[in-house]
Design a protein around this ligand. Structure first.
Ligand code: AHG
Ligand code: MN
Ligand code: MN
Length: 335
């Protein structure tokens, strides 16, 4: 047995940081913890589908197995709705947000989620993840949630986190008091605190970017990439791009590096989604001493206009994010 605290114990202990807590946020994080174990179980057997059949061993209704991103969405949605723990749910997989009335009309939190990030990696046994973001509603308790409850700036987040289904499964989250990471012991089904108070190294030697888009980036970004390629350092710089933001982010936070999804000529707002991907990871990055910008502005200060809006994203070690910003700003001054 480990003498490290479990996630369940940590959540209870952490509650003391909030004055006058009703325990509602703790119950919400607990529900995410449980749902993540169900999704983890399914993700880990994805490669067995061809061996045990598409329906696996669970489907008594004889239905076709759903794609994992849809499955993950259903698991999180149902767990949170059934536990009557939030008043609103928005997901990358749903066109509109869902109003949850439940038995308890006084729930005050809304949740936004990317249920399965990096989904193109599932079939090839590469790490994927889940990203979540939690806000306190702004409209009166007991009324139906409105768009404005979801469209809040990232700096209003109460909590954010992610789960990486990797070589081991980890849950990493923040409630605004630093970032902590928990590793799942699969034989016990218990998350243990394995990475207390995670800090982004101030700089690093990793860059994560889809280099195929290089010709279509703005000049400042191109110059930063060229500078990075030729920078002389004790340990050489490297490109590492998994294509699953959450996994690239996780590695960079532990080792030091920068993740970039800049705008291109074809996609002037980039690809990543502000509410489901960028805001939660920006909150975690900052809580760990890193930074996240859209090229000029802090991600957490962007005023969102729609649920599914996209934004360019530069996120990681503080000195690296500052440097790409300098390159962008000075190239815009010249042109
Ligand atoms: P999702 O699987 O949730 O749609 O997200 C995929 C995202 C992100 O995780 C990843 O870093 C990026 O898309 C990869 O995009 P490119 O294939 O354009 O590089
Ligand atoms: Mn995603
Ligand atoms: Mn997704």
């Amino acid at each position: 047995m480990s003498n490290k605290p479990t996630l369940g114990e940590f959540i209870i202990e952490n509650e003391k940081q909030f004055k006058y807590t009703s325990g509602e946020l703790s119950r919400l994080i607990n529900s995410i913890r449980l749902a993540s174990k169900i999704v983890n179980h399914e993700v880990k057997k994805a490669g067995l589908v061809d061996i045990i059949g598409a329906t696996g061993d669970v489907n008594i209704q004889g239905e076709e197995q759903q794609k994992l991103d849809i499955y993950a969405n259903e698991v999180f949605k149902k767990s949170l709705i059934n536990r009557d723990i939030i008043c609103g749910f928005a997901s990358e997989e749903e066109e509109n947000y869902i109003k949850i009335e439940g038995n308890n009309h006084n729930n005050k939190y809304v949740l936004l989620i990317d249920p399965l990030d990096g989904s193109s990696n599932i079939d090839v046994n590469v790490s994927v993840g889940t990203i979540f973001s939690i806000y306190r509603r702004t409209t009166p308790l007991g009324s139906k949630v409105k768009t404005e409850d979801f469209l809040q700036k990232g700096n209003k987040q109460v909590a954010a986190g992610y789960i990486v289904y990797g070589t081991s499964t980890m849950l990493v989250y923040t409630t605004g008091f630093g970032v902590n990471g928990f590793t799942l012991n699969p034989s016990l089904g218990t998350f243990y605190l394995s990475h207390p108070n995670i800090k982004f190294p101030t700089s690093g030697n990793i860059m994560s970017v889809n280099h195929c888009n290089f010709p279509y980036f703005q000049e400042g970004v191109k110059s930063y990439i060229k500078h990075f390629q030729t920078q002389k350092k004790e340990s050489p710089n490297v490109f590492r791009y998994i294509g699953s933001f959450v996994s690239d982010f996780h590695r960079n936070m532990l080792k030091g590096g920068i993740y970039m999804y800049p705008k291109t000529i074809q996609n002037p707002k980039g690809k990543l989604r502000l509410m489901y991907e960028c805001n939660p990871l920006a909150f975690i990055a900052e809580q760990a001493g890193g930074k996240a910008i859209n090229g000029s502005l802090r991600i957490l200060d962007i005023d969102p206009q729609s649920l599914h809006e996209r934004t360019p994203m530069f996120c990681g070690s503080a000195e690296m994010v500052d440097m790409v910003k300098e390159f962008i700003v000075s190239s815009e001054e010249i042109h």
